[in-house]
Design a protein around this ligand. Structure first.
Ligand SMILES: Cc1cc2nc3c(=O)[nH]c(=O)nc-3n(C[C@H](O)[C@H](O)[C@H](O)COP(=O)(O)OP(=O)(O)OC[C@H]3O[C@@H](n4cnc5c(N)ncnc54)[C@H](O)[C@@H]3O)c2cc1C
Length: 280
């Protein structure tokens, strides 16, 4: 049997926290800088994301940090945990990479880290990845998401071509979580209050009077409402799948490890349910 091709080592970058800012009661901005950001290939997509690396409690790694070696030599539970975060803004001149973290309680690694982060702290990350940017020639744009997708939706709205038609729905806990976004687009802030996450978003998108033509779609956030909205857009609205950027960024009741472990099966089930019914 032929040897499997060796996996290309992924570049790990190290950055320092330059500054932090509490944008709203549940959103913490962390701006990263340092030489590790030199020549970061960001800017093409508005949903660029990095995968931050966090050492499990009590684990330290030998320097120089070598992810491949760690994965070869240490047991899995000692590998760094990864958390995906959107590049809210990227300024190659400073350089400065801005990331906005939802503060969702004491649980988890990334949210609590962001809350404690102070200038000079270091963090390592992989990436950036990314796949979506608003198209110049789309009939219109539909964007919907919860707080976790707010950074990507805001970046997309700020990058919309002049005169583009867009409907954006952003669900947040309450009025205090709203942010200013530099856009001429129609942005509707939905307040969750006591309702389950995503319920208000589903309702808002379902009652939208769709303009003519297919929209380019960006829907992200909690996996449950994302699946339901995908079903509506694919089956009821017959939007071609190539116009959809739709995925679960997190899943209620699961941490990121457990969500990622079930994601493939979840997505396969969504495909099986929705793609056999959708026409195009
Ligand atoms: C491509 C991509 C881009 C993303 N961009 C951002 C971003 O810019 N900002 C951002 O905040 N998140 C973003 N996320 C989501 C983020 O990666 C997850 O929310 C992640 O689970 C947070 O890690 P944690 O260590 O804080 O919590 P975990 O250890 O993963 O989870 C701990 C507990 O918190 C819950 N939880 C996790 N996230 C949330 C949430 N948002 N609201 C309420 N409860 C939650 C979990 O269900 C679990 O019960 C993105 C995800 C992807 C895939």
């Amino acid at each position: 049997m032929a040897d499997r091709p060796a996996r290309k080592p992924r570049q790990v970058r190290q950055a320092q926290v330059l500054r932090t800012e509490r944008l709203t009661p549940h959103m913490q901005r962390v701006v990263l800088g340092g030489e590790g950001l030199a020549a970061l290939p960001a800017g093409e997509f508005t949903d660029h994301y990095v995968k931050l690396l966090f050492a499990p409690e009590g684990v330290t790694y030998p320097e120089p940090f070598d992810l491949e070696q760690i994965r070869e030599q240490l047991p899995r539970e000692q590998w760094p945990a990864t958390r995906a975060y959107t590049v809210r803004a990227w300024d190659p001149k400073e350089p400065a990479l801005t990331v906005d973290f939802v503060i969702h309680g004491d649980e988890g690694m990334a949210g609590p880290w962001a809350l404690r982060a102070k200038p000079g702290d270091t963090v390592r990350f992989l990436g950036p990845g990314g796949a979506y940017a608003p198209a110049q020639d789309s009939a219109w744009h539909l964007l919907a998401g919860d707080e976790s997708a707010l950074p990507a939706i805001a970046a997309a709205l700020e990058a919309l071509p002049d005169g583009a038609r867009a409907h954006a729905f952003i669900e947040v806990a309450d009025e205090q979580e709203e942010q200013k976004i530099a856009t001429a687009a129609d942005v509707v802030w939905l307040h969750r209050a006591d309702r389950p996450v995503g319920e208000a978003l589903i309702e808002a998108v379902r009652t939208l009077d769709f303009p003519p033509g297919h929209p380019q779609v960006f829907v992200h956030g909690e996996a449950g409402f994302v699946r339901d909205l995908r079903r509506y857009l694919r089956i009821d609205r017959q939007i071609p799948r190539e116009l959809l950027s739709v995925s679960g960024y997190w899943r209620l009741g699961h941490d990121d490890e457990s969500w990622r472990a079930s994601k493939r099966a979840w997505n396969a089930q969504v495909e099986a349910e929705q793609e056999t019914t959708a026409v195009s």
